[in-house]
Design a binder for this molecule. Structure first.
Ligand SMILES: *Cc1c(COP(=O)(O)O)cnc(C)c1O
Length: 388
């Protein structure tokens, strides 16, 4: 489905670390975080061992506690909801914009108003079961889906009016711009992720950016087993985690960050080939790019089939011809553990479900050649012609 873009510079950087005794909490972490402060213009940058752990720390820093509510969307990778559940807080969903897949700001505004207005008004937004009666809305967690930022100029005033924190899940959007502004820096906290299918990779890894220095210091303690700056190795002021990134990963990340512009450009080129070769295929919609997205950061290339085309059959046939593809996303509210805890049913978030039913991620990486893209597209064209 995807492939990281690594060069001898990355291999050399990792080898250098391995030739020292300093494999954790060393200079590569500092350099990696400095690269992100420079890139994002943020006061704080905290590397962590995954995007998920980064999001989890932000949920803690936002003051979300057991029983609190966080507003988010079900059209995402499960981590954006799971980090809320880790704190025994309640993820409450609003549906997404049918074109971008991002949080629908009109629904979000209605939901926030109703959730703040008391139990009767709140009820229509809450799941059928599993919610304590006195849950208070604490934060918004919008996701920059597929490398396009959510509509933050619409979401921010709502959050400000009710003093809600915004956690931006930018794990798919490193490099993207929203009206010229840097994705990840659009809320109170932003998180990037570096699994090998992301725009840059550290193997496993993630990073938090924020201008809130107090929260930054708290998250720094939490990622390091709860140690505050004055604590010794065996003193722990807070309940913390081991969410630290290691030096090999950070060394890899430093080189990848220095190549970010190149990596984004090659991904853009592959996306452009897809868009070119898919044009004119009946029943296949290429990704929609919103005018507010002044730069897309291509994470995946997800097409949507017209309602009459059997997506799952297409997926099966493409795989049979050696082309790896994947439905994107399976809605979070329909994951078995979510149904069990909250009683969700099909039909609860129709836009999310429709996108989930019609969307198919094609093989995508900056290393694909034009011939490979053209082969994928001509195979799709043939399969559609055969089936009609
Ligand atoms: C990749 C991703 C994450 C984080 O994933 P990790 O594997 O924990 O690094 C979080 N949210 C979204 C939307 C993602 O795509």
């Amino acid at each position: 489905m995807s492939s990281p873009d690594l060069t001898d510079a990355e291999r050399q950087a990792v080898l250098e670390v391995v030739n020292t005794p300093n494999l954790a909490m060393g200079p590569k972490i500092d350099a990696f975080e400095a690269a992100f402060r420079a890139y994002a213009g943020s006061r704080c940058a905290l590397s962590v061992n995954s995007g998920t752990s980064g999001l989890h720390l932000c949920v803690r820093a936002a003051g979300v506690q057991a029983g609190d509510i966080v507003l988010t969307t079900p059209f995402s990778f499960v981590a954006s909801t799971n980090v809320i559940l880790f704190e025994r807080a309640i993820p409450v969903f609003v549906d997404v914009d049918p074109q971008t897949g991002n949080m629908d700001p009109v629904l979000a505004a209605q939901a926030v108003q109703d959730l703040m207005a008391g139990e009767a008004a709140a009820r229509k937004w809450l799941p059928r079961q599993g919610v304590p009666a006195d849950g208070r809305l604490k934060a918004l967690l919008p996701v920059d889906v597929f490398g396009q930022p959510a509509d933050f100029d619409a979401l921010t005033p709502i959050a400000q009016e009710y003093r809600l924190k915004i956690i931006e899940d930018s794990c798919e959007a490193l490099g993207a711009k929203y009206k010229g502004r840097t994705a990840g820096m659009l809320g109170d906290f932003g998180v990037y992720a570096f699994y090998p299918n992301k725009q840059i990779t550290t193997g496993e890894g993630g990073l938090i950016v924020t201008n809130d220095e107090k929260a930054g210091a708290y998250m720094m303690a939490l990622r390091n087993q709860g140690r505050d700056p004055g604590d010794t190795w065996l003193q722990h002021t807070h309940l913390g985690y081991n969410y630290r990134m290691d030096e090999m990963s950070a060394a890899l990340g430093v080189v990848q960050m220095s190549r970010l512009e190149h990596l984004l450009t090659t991904r853009q080129r592959v996306a452009d080939w897809y868009t070119k070769y898919l044009s004119g295929i009946e029943g296949v919609e290429p990704p929609y790019i919103h005018p507010n997205t002044t730069r897309v950061s291509w994470f995946v290339y997800v097409i949507r089939f017209a309602a009459g085309i059997d997506r799952d059959r297409m997926a099966k046939q493409l795989k049979e011809r050696g082309i790896p593809v994947r439905p994107y996303f399976l809605p979070i509210h329909l994951q078995p553990y979510m149904i069990k805890q909250f009683g969700y049913r099909e039909g609860d978030y129709p836009v999310t479900e429709d996108l989930g039913n019609r969307g198919l991620a094609l093989p995508f990486s900056g290393k694909m050649t034009e011939e490979q893209v053209s082969f994928v597209c001509s195979t799709i064209r043939e399969l559609i012609q055969e089936s009609s």
